[in-house]
Structure formats: C-alpha cells, structure tokens
Design a protein around this ligand. Structure first.
Ligand SMILES: *Cc1c(COP(=O)(O)O)cnc(C)c1O
Length: 224
C-alpha cells in the first residue's frame, strides 16, 4: 500500500470543508507515520487501549479521534488527550466524559451517534432517543463536554440508493437538531457543525449528502 500517495489522492479529491479522519485501527506505527509525513494529522481508532498505545508512540500534534463504541469505565484513559469522540450514545457516557474532562481541565468534543442503518446493530440512537439525550444534556448544562455534531454508519450493501437514503436521514436529524437547539441560551450553539459519515466504500455518496467528516481506513492503509 502506498499510504503517502493514497493520502494525497484522497485529500485532493475532498471538498475543502470536509475533514479527513484516517482510520488507522489495527495498522502499525510505521504506516501511520507514512500518512503523518504526507500531511495527515487526524487519525481514528476504535479501541481505547490501542489508541493510548499509539498516542504515546507518535508525534504529539496528532489529533486522535475515537470512532468506536466507548465504555464508560474507559473514558479516563483517553480523557487527557482525545480530540473528538464520535460515538456517544448515552447520558451516562456523556456525564463520565464531562467528569473526566473536568479532571483534566479540558473541554472534550463529542458527536452523538445515530442508528441510520437498516441492518441490526447494537450501537447508535434512534431519532427519539437522540433528541431525548439532547434535552437531558442541555438541562444538565455540562460544562466540560461540547456536542459538535452527529455521526452515523450506513448499511454495508451494494445498494447505493439505500446508502444515500440513510445518509439523507442523518442529515435531516442534524438539521433538525440544529434548528431545535441552536440558541444562545444553551450549550449547543455555533459549534454544532459536524456530520461524521462516510467510509472507504461510501464516502463519495456521504459527501454528496452533506458529510463534513469522512472516516477512511482501508482505502488509505489497505484491507484489515
Ligand atoms: C473501521 C471504521 C471505519 C473505516 O472503515 P473503512 O471501510 O476501512 O474505511 C470508519 N468508521 C468506523 C466507525 C469504523 O469502525
């Protein structure tokens, strides 16, 4: 895999307002450094321990995004350095992120994960659950956590119409949340701006449907 070339090609193909998260899970340090020296500074991992290990071994100006499911009892390990947590799906988790962020004297950015795929998956919230979570969060006025957008994964299928439809759904949730909660009196204000959707197989569709952040792994680093 020519990681450097892949990074440059993908970056050049993305619109300016779309952030590339290079998903480096399971990949070794030397490949991540290839991407880093090609100019990539944002990396995504889905396991806490692996992300912590890599954080210690790699340059400190890398921004680490946790893209996978996060257990409450593991927040403390990433709270000192994590840049963005993509998959928040409960109030309990949000409260713990707030607590650990406070301990580290930081504000941690998060996305709310919605379940948009038709296929059965354990993770992500329905629309109603997500709005309930937002209501509760705003009432609590958590000072050390900042909800900056939404995240979702489309069904793994060759049916591009279905994928497109699922991305449209996430965009609608984003727009509705922004309209409902965009208000100077609460914690979700101008910083609510990200739609994290799109992976190696479907990021072009995601961008057409309004993605602001794509999470690309195998197209950069090869299959896992
Ligand atoms: C692994 C993973 C990706 C990247 O998948 P690729 O198909 O390799 O691009 C993106 N998002 C999440 C949540 C992942 O777990």
């Amino acid at each position: 895999m020519d990681v450097k070339n892949n990074i440059i090609k993908i970056k050049n193909s993305l619109p300016n307002n779309v952030t590339l998260v290079a998903v480096s899970k399971t990949k070794p340090i030397d490949l991540i450094l290839d991407a880093y020296y090609a100019g990539q500074k944002i990396f995504g991992e889905n396991k806490v321990q692996e992300m912590v290990d890599k954080y210690h071994q790699l340059p400190k100006d890398i921004q680490w995004h946790l893209i996978g499911h996060l257990q409450t009892n593991k927040v403390k390990y990433i709270a000192p350095f994590v840049d963005l947590i993509h998959a928040v799906d409960s109030l309990k988790l949000l409260k713990e992120i707030n607590k650990q962020a406070q301990k580290n004297d930081r504000i941690i950015d998060v996305l709310i994960q919605f379940r948009i795929a038709e296929e059965e998956t354990k993770f992500g919230l329905t629309k109603n659950e997500g709005f309930k979570l937002l209501d509760e969060t705003i009432n609590l006025n958590l000072k050390n956590v900042r909800i900056i957008g939404v995240m979702g994964m489309a069904t793994y299928t060759i049916n591009t119409n279905q994928i497109r439809q699922e991305f449209k759904t996430l965009k609608q949730y984003f727009d509705e949340i922004k309209k409902t909660y965009f208000n100077e009196n609460n914690s979700i204000n101008k910083t609510f701006k990200h739609i994290s959707m799109g992976m190696s197989g479907d990021y072009e569709i995601a961008i057409e449907e309004g993605s602001s952040m794509v999470r690309i792994g195998s197209k950069i680093f090869g299959s896992r």
